[in-house]
Design a protein around this ligand. Structure first.
Ligand code: ADP
Length: 653
């Protein structure tokens, strides 16, 4: 149980020496009765008196003549040890004795009287000396402590950790204030934890709301506790000191000063801890990202570079104070001028790729983005993230080479097809011509078998001519007739119908396509596609009348066309084979053809940037669908891009 007490008012302790016990008894009784603030400690010998001397004694009252010593010698002996009021109290007084006594350093001289009322006088004299002595003593102790507190100011305020703050504070309480049993408490979640103790400090159960703004002193069963709150906007802790006797009120301002000092030290330590925690967090992030994080000063020299710099085989510490540009391959130096210029102007930016020289002599490709740190309108630092894209560049180069090789192989194959087809045509023409001669001039001379052979030769050479023509067409796609022009598909369809007239008339077919659009495309090739698809729609058709209908929808970049027929249809499991060269489906073998038409369509559509596919079911007709970009839409888009940002001649989309 603790209870708060008023500031201390302890009794004045007086040492009274006399060789006669009766004298001692009467004096103690009367003096303590005359003034309740006096506490008389009686001793009979000089040695006993010397043993009792300590800083708590407020005054000495001494007999003059004693068997082992006289009062004046005793006074000298005491004064040598301690400056304390000494009152000579004797029945043998004379002016001579009094004079000698004052010379020996005695502070007062009171005569013993038979009448007990003289104790009143003695008590007043004792009290007056004791009071002024105690005042002087308090003052000198206060001065000493004040000096001490002044000296230790830097000790507490330079503490770097909480442990440091608490240890130094408790040492200060011990060394300067003389408090032996002290404790440093911190409040967390409304309960106080003793952080560190010195000596034998008692457990205190103090709630935050119990803590007053100022210092309080509490009375325990066996002593006193001084409670000093620690403030920083709110009470965040307190110091306690415990001792058997009351604490002097003169120490309060000193304790207040110390608590302020401790508050500032704790505040500083907490701020440093918060800053170092967030710095640690930042470092953690920076040191664990794959990018190399570089902090440069506005003039461009490196201030910090993350450990990931090792991916370029550099030791981060070796790069500090160097310019980032020193790492850049000389041909690419022009590219990073943009980094220096735009970051200095306070702008973020990115360079997609440039080369740096690694610490191992290898060249690395990097992409580099940066953001300046601007404080009060001034660029203080520039933070950059440099990403190693060497692997991507390698893949790109490999892909590019493979693509080039593929294109070359394709070109060679086309040339080969073209040459072979072309060369095949000459002997074929000879065969055809001589077959025609035979037919015209010798038909009648041939017997029936000979006529059948001639017929087979003519059919086979016709078929071969068709094949060679198809191959030639295929090899020409994307090479010739590639110029774009405005094509009115209604006009084109009329032309196609005219060319397909024999087939149309033969099967009484109906080919429709209403209000078809006008688009910018390669006329020859789009005509070839429509010719093939419409031709197939009529050819693979047993319905009467065969119908082929062309419809369309608009897309973002052009059109999607559908060529639908009411023909024999295509089994679904055959769809994927249709567009392969020379693929003819089994159930259509009896129809004429080479199996090259759809692969020509596919090659044309893809070279125009579109797609082609089929939707069909056996017996339910077929729909061939293809998309084709409109050159006019692309031109529009290009002219808009023309207004977009141009960086180094590149267009950023
Ligand atoms: P060809 O017409 O010379 O046979 P294509 O490449 O044009 O060659 O067509 C390949 C095959 O696809 C045809 O042999 C036929 O089996 C099938 N086919 C193409 N168009 C149609 C269609 N409209 N209806 C049914 N089958 C078709």
């Amino acid at each position: 149980m603790t209870s708060e007490v008023l500031p201390p008012s302890d009794k004045y302790v007086i040492l009274h020496i006399d060789d006669e016990s009766e004298q001692l008894f009467f004096a103690k009784t009367f003096l303590e009765e005359a003034d309740s603030e006096l506490e008389i400690v009686s001793v009979r010998t000089a040695d006993d008196l010397m043993k009792h001397l300590d800083t708590c004694i407020d005054c000495i009252v001494s007999d003059y003549v004693m068997p082992d010593v006289n009062g004046m010698d005793l006074c000298k002996r005491v004064k040598r040890v301690q400056d304390i009021p000494f009152i000579m109290y004797t029945g043998r007084g004379s002016e001579v004795v009094a004079e000698a006594a004052f010379q020996a350093g005695v502070d007062d001289y009171v005569r013993k009287e038979a009448d007990p009322s003289h104790y009143q006088l003695l008590a007043r004299r004792i009290k007056s000396h004791a009071e002024s002595h105690r005042r002087k003593r308090e003052e000198s102790r206060y001065q000493k402590r004040l000096e001490g507190v002044r000296e230790i100011l830097p000790v507490i305020s330079s503490a770097n950790t909480m442990e440091d703050v608490t240890t130094r504070t408790l040492n200060v309480l011990d060394e300067i204030m003389g408090y032996r049993n002290t404790c440093f408490w911190l409040i967390n979640d409304y309960s106080a934890d003793p952080v560190k103790r010195l000596g034998d400090s008692p457990e205190l159960s103090l709630g935050v709301d119990e803590l007053k703004d100022g210092i309080t002193q509490r009375l325990l069963d066996d002593g006193y506790v001084l409670v000093v709150p620690l403030f920083m906007d709110v009470v965040y802790g307190y110091l306690t000191a415990y001792q058997a006797t009351p604490f002097s009120q003169t120490d309060y301002p000193l304790m207040e000063a110390i608590s302020l000092l401790v508050g500032q030290a704790v505040n500083r330590v907490k701020q440093v801890e918060t800053i170092s925690a967030s710095e640690k967090q930042f470092r953690n992030i920076v040191e664990n990202v794959q990018d190399v994080i570089v902090l440069t000063k506005p003039e461009g020299s490196i201030n910090y570079i993350s450990p990931s710099a090792e991916i370029f085989h550099y030791k981060p510490s070796k790069l500090v104070d160097h310019m980032w540009g020193e790492l850049v391959v000389s041909e690419d130096l022009g590219k990073i001028a943009e980094f220096y210029n735009s970051s200095l102007a306070g702008n973020k930016g990115k360079i997609n790729e440039y080369r740096i020289q690694g610490g191992d002599g290898e060249v690395y490709w990097v992409s580099h983005s940066w953001a300046p740190v601007v404080v009060d309108g001034v660029v203080k630092h520039v933070v950059s993230a440099v990403n190693d894209i060497t692997w991507r560049k390698r893949i790109e180069t490999t892909l590019y080479t493979s693509l080039e090789e593929l294109e070359k192989a394709n070109r060679d194959l086309n040339d080969f097809t073209h040459i072979v087809s072309h060369d095949l045509k000459a002997p074929l023409m000879t065969i055809e011509s001589f077959s025609d001669f035979l037919l015209e001039d010798y038909f009648d001379v041939l017997d029936e078998t000979g006529q059948e052979y001639l017929d087979s030769i003519l059919k086979a050479s016709n078929n071969m001519r068709e094949l060679i023509d198809n191959l030639l067409t295929l090899s020409r796609v994307g090479r010739i007739n590639t110029e774009y022009s405005k094509v009115d598909l209604n006009v084109l369809l009329a032309e196609i119908k005219e060319e397909l007239k024999p087939q149309i008339d033969m099967k009484q077919a109906i080919v429709t396509g209403n209000n078809l659009p006008e688009l910018v495309t390669q006329r020859t090739w789009i005509k070839q596609v429509l010719m093939n698809l419409i031709g197939n729609g009529i050819k693979f058709n047993e319905t009467n009348p065969p119908r082929v209908e062309i419809t369309y929808t608009e897309t973002e970049t052009g059109y999607q066309f559908k060529v639908r027929d009411n023909g024999i249809g295509i089994p679904e499991d055959q769809h994927e084979h249709l567009f392969k060269l020379f693929q003819r489906l089994e159930h259509t073998n009896h129809y004429p053809g080479t199996g090259a038409g759809l692969s020509i369509c596919k090659k044309i559509i893809e070279s125009l940037g579109g797609e082609i596919w089929v939707e069909s079911q056996e017996g339910y007709g077929s729909s061939f669908i293809f998309t084709v970009p409109d050159g006019a839409v692309e031109e529009d888009a290009d002219s808009q891009v023309g207004q977009a940002v141009h960086v180094d001649g590149l267009v950023e989309r």
